[in-house]
Ligand binder design. Structure first.
Ligand SMILES: *[C@@H]1O[C@H](CO)[C@@H](O)[C@H](O)[C@H]1NC(C)=O
Ligand SMILES: *[C@@H]1O[C@H](CO)[C@@H](O)[C@H](O)[C@H]1NC(C)=O
Ligand SMILES: *[C@@H]1O[C@H](CO)[C@@H](O)[C@H](O)[C@H]1NC(C)=O
Ligand SMILES: *[C@@H]1O[C@H](CO)[C@@H](O)[C@H](O)[C@H]1NC(C)=O
Ligand SMILES: *[C@@H]1O[C@H](CO)[C@@H](O)[C@H](O)[C@H]1NC(C)=O
Length: 949
């Protein structure tokens, strides 16, 4: 019993004792949260009204439990109720942290404010967070200098203050790791010009006190001065990012002791001197970027000493001496950039076999020797560049095993021998540059199999023989340079099939003979054409007047004769472009006017004769057919008159392009639309009415009844038969499917895929729809329309111009993806209009040049597209904004000026950058000058890639 009492009293006193222990501390814990809550609320107050901080509310005095900030958004507490983490990353927070009283958070372990819009100073009181382990203020707009007090944060293991206000790289083309490509070229440049708003100053030497640091990222701001040698004391560092700053001086030798370092970014700075050989001691190194500095001397010979190096760049420096020895057996290499140095060595001996290598650029060094067949073993290579060296010998056949290769540039070397005949196996090749070597022999015909090739440069070699006609199969080719070779024979007419050619077609300084193929008239995107210094004869084909995009032409030093093509460009071109020819004539200075005799001479031309014969016989067949049609029509008309009840004319049978269940569908359409009853009408436009046709078997179509003022002449319909037939062939994700059409006495019926969601105009006009069409979906719509237009402009032969892009003609799929409708139909309604017309398009979307009756080119569509894209961003037609843009082109328009307020505003930076990018493109497309507008293929490409320059 006494034992029991003793135990009881013991436990009692223990409880009391414990209570004493706990009480004061819980009392303390209660007061700390109050202080923390107050500090947070005070900060909130300084930030103004931001919905992100909605949950941060003043506690009601009566309700003690709500006094704790622990449930507020972004706040984490420990069990005692102390704030240990503030995490407001990616919340769109604006304002400063100057009013945040750091002294109130003695327990804080994590402070994560990355990717926001915070500005102002990083207050020096941040040094009071003595327990802090993690600090991330990256991707904000903090400016001024780093407070020295950061050195007090001795527990911090991750310190990231990178990318404060630089949203992109300063050198967009130099992205050594291949990932940090600027998404917003225009915007980053602007920010670059606003330098004084960036974090700057020297990197404080005191950072060397942060002994536990594992990650230190200060890249992408404006720090200058030397790299503090004290960083060599941070022996736990695994990641050190000091790129894109203005650091000068040498790399401290002390870096050689950072044994755990995996990643070292020093690229894009002003660093000088030798790179310490001690970097070879960093046996854990995986990524080393030294590119774009002023380093000199040798590269550390043991740079891959640890055998782990994956990504290595040293390009754009003054490195000299040999290729580091350790690279030869560095099997881990994935990406290597050494271009633009003065490295010496034998390319055959200094490099080995790298199974993982995808990218290697050795251009513009002093490498010699020959290309070894080993390169054929680097099967994952997508890019191989070694231009501007002294590499001799042959191109090894094994190169053609690199079936992932996208870019091959061996230009400006001493290569001889032939181009490997198997080069056509490189089916992913996008750019092939072998120019400025001593290559001989013929151009292999297999080059025609390179269906992805966009740029081919074989100029300035010793290539002979004829141009292989298969080259005409490289349908994506945009630049073709074969100049300064020994090519002879005639130019294959298939080159005229290269309708994607855009930049330059240069065949000059060869021995090409015969005529310029008239098919060159199809190269309507071509900007520069150079055929000078050949032995071309005959007339310049009049079809060249179709080359709308020409900026320069050179036909000099040939044997050409006769009149020049009749177009503005040729009328105003410089006479030098035509000098030293046989007998060119034309109405311009420097050339003699064409006399009647010279036109007669044309007739003597054999090819022209054939053309005339063909045309004449075609014409007579056409007349015969037309007479037949007329007779048929006449008979048919009579039959209609005879039986008034029979209201279905057979005339429709003339163009049965689309069969439905084996029988022609006019009757079915009449049934399905209840004889074109109003109740089935789902839209009325300038073109006529659109009806919803629900077929007996459940299929639904949209039928567009094109009303015409007066009868549509059958001849006219006939002349568009082929065009419509071509439209029915098209199947593209972003184009409304046209199933067919039928003609009837008074109207044409076009039968389309039915789009339940209706038009973009409709969805933008109501608030529910506008909300549903959020920013991601809107960007997708803008991209979709670009893809559709690019396809019609550049992938269709002949090219199809829409002429009436507007938000009414962009329909939406159930997933709210864009489907452009009515391609080519503007022309149907205005059949007399050839390319020369002022009547096309919807008011408000029509390119300004049409007011002066210039040609309808694809650039008119580009303009309408720009208006449309602005409309999608703004939620309604941009109206006056465009004339404002035209009148003050220098004025910058920001996202905040235009964005439709209805969808919830974009929260993350990436989306916002993308929207800015789209806005910039839209503005470019709306340019007053058609030539300044980009082509749709470029727009569509760049929207995908996300970078315009
Ligand atoms: C590195 O740390 C040691 C000892 O902690 C110190 O004496 C030395 O000055 C530091 N080095 C630098 C470069 O700051
Ligand atoms: C570091 O590298 C230098 C130069 O390469 C070498 O002399 C030294 O022995 C290395 N130090 C260690 C500890 O490995
Ligand atoms: C090429 O890359 C793929 C994946 O990127 C990888 O699986 C493959 O092993 C690589 N090929 C070689 C030969 O290493
Ligand atoms: C051919 O003309 C183009 C465009 O004017 C020019 O850029 C190119 O250098 C010329 N080619 C040669 C070999 O001069
Ligand atoms: C140029 O072509 C003509 C025939 O059109 C031919 O007589 C002449 O020899 C050729 N000249 C050269 C240099 O090939």
């Amino acid at each position: 019993m006494s034992i029991q009492i003793v135990v009881l009293s013991l436990s009692y006193s223990l409880t009391l004792f414990l209570a004493f222990l706990v009480l004061p501390s819980s009392w303390k814990a209660n007061s700390a949260p109050i202080r923390e809550a107050e500090a947070l609320l005070k900060w909130k107050e300084s930030l103004g009204n931001q919905s992100i901080l909605e949950s941060w509310v003043t506690p009601a005095p009566a309700n003690a439990t709500t006094q704790s900030p622990c449930r507020w958004r972004g706040i984490t507490c420990n069990s005692a109720g102390n704030v240990i983490a503030i995490n407001l990353a990616y919340t769109g927070l604006r304002g400063t942290i100057e009013k945040l009283d750091f002294s109130s958070f003695p327990h804080l372990l994590r402070l994560d404010l990355k990717v926001n819009q915070l500005t102002g100073k990083i207050p020096s009181s941040i040094g009071l967070l003595s327990k802090l382990q993690f600090l991330d203020l990256s991707t904000n707009s903090f400016n001024s200098q780093l407070p020295i007090s950061l050195a007090n944060l001795t527990q911090v293991y991750e310190l990231d203050i990178s990318r404060n206000n630089i949203t992109g790289e300063l050198y967009p083309s130099l992205f050594p790791d291949g990932t940090s490509r600027s998404k917003t070229g225009l915007i980053s440049l602007k920010n670059f010009l606003l330098q004084d708003t960036l974090l700057s100053g020297r990197i404080p030497n005191e950072i060397g006190n942060l002994k536990h640091l594992s990650l230190l990222a200060l890249d992408g701001s404006l720090f200058y001065g030397p790299i503090p040698p004290s960083l060599g004391n941070l022996s736990s560092l695994t990641v050190l990012q000091l790129s894109s700053l203005r650091l000068s001086g040498n790399i401290p030798v002390s870096f050689g002791t950072l044994r755990k370092l995996n990643i070292l970014y020093l690229h894009i700075n002003h660093l000088t001197g030798h790179v310490p050989e001690e970097l070879g001691n960093l046996s854990s190194l995986v990524v080393l970027h030294l590119a774009v500095n002023n380093f000199s001397g040798n590269l550390p010979s043991q740079v891959c000493g640890g055998g782990k190096l994956v990504n290595f760049s040293a390009s754009f420096n003054n490195f000299s001496g040999p290729i580091p020895k350790s690279l030869r057996n560095c099997k881990t290499l994935y990406r290597v950039r050494l271009e633009k140095n003065q490295l010496t060595g034998n390319i055959a001996q200094d490099f080995g076999v790298y199974p993982n290598l995808t990218y290697i650029d050795l251009s513009y060094n002093k490498l010699s020797g020959e290309l070894s067949s080993n390169w054929g073993e680097c099967r994952n290579l997508t890019l191989l560049k070694a231009a501007g060296n002294m590499i001799g010998g042959k191109i090894p056949d094994e190169i053609s095993q690199l079936n992932q290769l996208v870019e091959l540039d061996l230009s400006s070397n001493q290569l001889s021998g032939i181009i490997p005949s198997q080069v056509g196996k490189l089916s992913k090749l996008f750019s092939l540059s072998l120019n400025d070597n001593k290559l001989s022999g013929q151009i292999p015909a297999g080059i025609g199999r390179l269906s992805n090739l966009q740029s081919l440069d074989l100029s300035t070699n010793r290539l002979s023989g004829s141009i292989p006609y298969q080259l005409g199969d490289c349908s994506k080719l945009q630049n073709l340079r074969l100049n300064e070779n020994r090519l002879n024979a005639t130019i294959p007419y298939q080159i005229g099939n290269l309708v994607a050619l855009q930049g330059l077609l240069d065949l000059s300084y060869n021995s090409l003979s015969g005529e310029i193929p008239w098919q060159f008239g199809k190269l309507t995107n071509l900007e520069n054409l150079n055929l000078s210094h050949n032995n071309l004869s005959g007339e310049v084909p009049s079809s060249l007047s179709n080359l709308w995009s020409l900026v320069s032409v050179n036909l000099s030093d040939n044997n050409l004769e006769g009149p020049l093509p009749n177009s503005n460009f040729f009328r105003s071109a410089q006479p030098e472009a035509f000098r030293n020819n046989n007998d060119l004539c034309g109405e311009r200075q420097g050339l003699k006017p064409c006399s009647a005799t010279s036109t007669e001479k044309n007739g003597g031309n054999d090819k022209n004769k054939i053309v005339v014969i063909v045309v004449a016989s075609l014409a007579s067949i056409l007349i015969f057919v037309m007479v037949c049609i007329w007779i048929l029509a006449f008979l048919h008309q009579r039959s209609v008159n005879q039986s008034e009840l029979e209201d279905i004319p057979i005339r429709e049978n003339l163009f049965p392009i689309w069969q439905f269940n084996g029988k022609f569908m006019y009757k079915d359409i009449l049934e399905a639309t209840k004889n074109f009853d109003e109740t089935c009408c789902i839209g009325v436009g300038g073109f006529g009415e659109v009806y919803k046709a629900e077929m007996a078997d459940g299929q639904v179509f949209a039928v567009k009844k094109l009303s015409s003022h007066g009868d549509i002449e059958m001849e006219e319909v006939k002349s568009f038969k082929n065009e419509i037939a071509a439209l029915t062939e098209i199947s593209h994700r972003n184009i409304v499917k046209l199933y067919g059409f039928c003609s009837q006495i008074r109207h044409l019926l076009l039968v389309y895929e039915f789009m339940e969601r209706g038009s973009l105009a409709k969805i933008l006009s109501n608030d529910v729809g506008a909300k549903e069409l959020d920013w991601t979906k809107r960007i997708r719509v803008i991209k979709g329309v670009a893809h559709a237009l690019s396809y019609m402009h550049h992938d269709c032969v002949p090219q199809i111009i829409h002429r009436d892009i507007s938000s009414k003609n962009v329909l939406l799929s159930p997933e709210l993806e864009a489907r452009v409708s009515d391609f080519g139909t503007a022309r149907l309604l205005n059949p007399n209009s050839s390319n020369w017309t002022a009547v096309a398009g919807t008011y408000g979307y029509v390119a300004p040049e049409l007011a002066y009756s210039m040609a309808v080119t694809e650039k008119c569509d580009v303009y309408s597209y720009g208006v449309l894209a602005l409309e999608v961003l703004m939620g309604n037609h941009p109206g006056e904004l465009i004339s404002y843009l035209h009148s003050s082109p220098d004025h910058k328009i920001g996202l905040e000026d235009v964005l439709d307020p209805r969808p919830s505003s974009p929260v993350d930076q990436k989306l916002e950058d993308e929207l800015s990018f789209v806005l910039n493109i839209a503005i470019l497309c709306c340019g007053a000058n058609p030539q300044s507008r980009p082509t749709m293929s470029r727009v569509s490409q760049q929207l995908e890639v996300g970078c315009f320059w």
